[in-house]
Write a protein that binds this ligand. Structure first.
Ligand SMILES: [Zn+2]
Length: 83
């Protein structure tokens, strides 16, 4: 896979974060991320979202977490718009 664009990165971000890609593909991701602050922002938001979701599951938050979910979605959407 050569010359990844932002769409490729976002589409396969889950694989990247999960570390299930072959090393060659991962290398292409790293090369793109080194030159694309928008995708780095997106990746940061994505990882933070996963972290917060896991934390909220552990803490057994009350239904008020719908507000948190809405803010996470907004953060993801705005990160995507910048990409
Ligand atoms: Zn990008």
């Amino acid at each position: 896979m050569k010359d990844l664009n932002c769409r490729d990165v976002i589409e396969f971000l889950d694989d990247y974060v999960g570390g299930v890609q072959p090393a060659t593909v991962r290398h292409e991701f790293d090369a793109h991320l080194a030159e694309c602050p928008a995708c780095v922002d997106y990746l940061t938001t994505y990882r933070e979202t996963i972290r917060l979701c896991r934390a909220s599951c552990r803490e057994d938050l009350p239904p008020a977490s719908a507000e948190v979910e809405r803010r996470l979605i907004e953060a993801i959407v705005s990160a995507r718009r910048r990409a």
